[in-house]
Structure formats: C-alpha cells, structure tokens
Design a protein around this ligand. Structure first.
Ligand SMILES: [Zn+2]
Length: 97
C-alpha cells in the first residue's frame, strides 16, 4: 500500500474529499466532495492532476453560465476496465443559492 507524505508537515495523507473554491472575475464556485489526499496532521489537501483538470473544466463551464455564487458536487465516475475515459470523468449536480 502506497503511503503519501504531506509536503507541508511530513504527516501521512489519506484518501478523502475536500471542497475546492474557485474564483474568476466576480463569480465564486465551490465544488464539494472533490476526491483528494488529505493530511491527517495539518489538513493539507492534494488533488491529482487528472482530478484538478476535471474540477477546472467543471468550474469554467459553470462560471460561464454567469452564476455569482454556486455550489457543485463533484461526482467522479468509476473508471471502466479500459481505463480513464476523457470527458466522462465528472458530473455536476447544481444548487443555486
Ligand atoms: Zn500535513
């Protein structure tokens, strides 16, 4: 089993979820339940590159709708036997506030 070490404090990181807040111009988007490594010691989070780019894609799409403040839930789809399928990785359920 792989052990991830926190770059900030050197503690162990475990799989969990985190909320990612993105801001662009006057829009703020909060993407909840993003899978990430979370440090058990200091709370530092780390997204892998694939997840991060999926989150950014979602954010850009949502922000272009013109919402000022929006909460999304990041839902990672299970990977198929053939592996990662670009464009099918995430989906969003919206809650307007
Ligand atoms: Zn840490």
């Amino acid at each position: 089993m792989t052990v991830w070490i926190c770059p900030t404090c050197g503690g162990n990181m475990i799989f969990g979820t985190t909320d990612v807040t993105l801001q662009r111009y006057r829009s703020v988007l909060v993407v909840q339940r993003v899978p990430a490594l979370v440090c058990r010691e200091c709370g530092e989070t780390s997204l892998d590159a694939k997840t991060e780019s999926a989150v950014c894609d979602l954010a850009m799409n949502e922000i272009e709708t013109g919402a000022m403040l929006e909460f999304c839930t990041f839902t990672a789809q299970s990977e198929t036997e053939s592996g990662y399928t670009p464009g099918l990785y995430g989906s969003v359920s919206r809650t307007f506030v």
